[in-house]
Design a protein around this ligand. Sequence first.
Ligand code: HEM
Length: 401
Amino acid sequence: MTRTADPAEARPIPVADWVTIADLYADPFPLYQRMRAEAPVHWVPAVNRYLVTDYAACHTIEQDQDRFSADETGSLMKRAMGHSMLRKDDPAHDVDRKAYGGVLRPNAIKKHWNAVFERNCTTYLERLAKAGPGADLIAEFAAPYAAENLRLVLGFHNATQDDLQRWSQTLIDGAGNYADDPDVWAEAERSWHEVDAAIDEVLPRLREDPDHSLLSGLAHLPIPLEAIRANLKMTIGGGLNEPRDALGTTVWALLSNPDQLRQVLAEPSRWSAAFEESVRWVAPIGMYPRESTGDTVLEGVLVPEGARLGVVVGAANRDPKVFADPETYDINRAKQPHLAFGGGNHFCAGAWVARASVVGVAMPRLFDALPHLRLDPEAPALSGGWVFRGVLRLPVRWDRG
Ligand code: HEM
């Protein structure tokens, strides 16, 4: 069915007053199914936003910053982390993004970061193997591995991976503090000051003694300190949980689908398909905001000026108009671009780091190091979240080698 672009013919946006935050957190996918079947956009009072669940509508928003700005009014992310590139439109966004240079890109990964990922993977796998033959794979492997990788790529030589985990979680909690909880703001503020202090200390050291890290690159550019601080906070928030959750979901999906795991183990070039299907199936960043700059028609519905939109890529990635049997994890599905890394000018700057560290290193090494890796039959895995979604707890067992 063609959807009108004519405001006179456009449909009003329905209200989804049956959506609750608790249901979204526990399992958003049945809610998304119902919403998508009804309309591409809903007003959802529980989250005080228009949620966009249709693939075509999400894709249009990502590609059109003139109609859909990333610089949201009253943004909690700006309050929690400062005004980073993620909340700017071009040309201001482009200045910050270009300052990241090639640090997170394939050449640098090949030359510098793959060896770092290998080393970190060895460290945490050895610890895991010693502690086993059972563990929570998220707490004992995925989280510290993702945090230590990020710490070194960013250049926080004066912090630990535990610091990175704490900063990331508290800054993200601040950016999502819709309940305006003063304790959450206090924690986020504490991390804000700690990150600023760490940056202030490390920048002069990196000017004297440069390396390949992001902070080292930024230390040599004439950019305002405020921009460095905000962009680093955003990248700490956005660069840790996502590879952790992508790794956790991929392992969980494969262990739950032994036929597909056998295929991947027999044909290691399929690790990539296993990862891409996992981030399609459960997008680690499930929703991100935009704001309409004027009255506009989006896939046949009328969006008013100033609408606070939630681009729900977690729902778009399961749109049956685009993906056959979308609720199923299937590494053999027909190739079709997913939206898990976003699109347009804000396309994830860390997508190559995520793929290299998870697909290139962690997945094959994990299954190689832990013989007969399997889900713990006595302790079920637990998933949660919708703005960010992942496996919170993944108890696994293996045989001693
Ligand atoms: C599986 C892992 C990851 C996923 C699914 C993911 C997803 C995303 C998404 C959806 C966006 C766009 C958000 C928006 O438009 O509002 C984004 C932006 C971004 N991501 Fe990632 N990300 C991942 C890993 C990483 C890593 C490892 C890093 C850093 C090392 C990183 C750094 C960034 C940065 C800097 C941006 C902002 C880009 C811009 O505004 O131009 N991400 N990511």
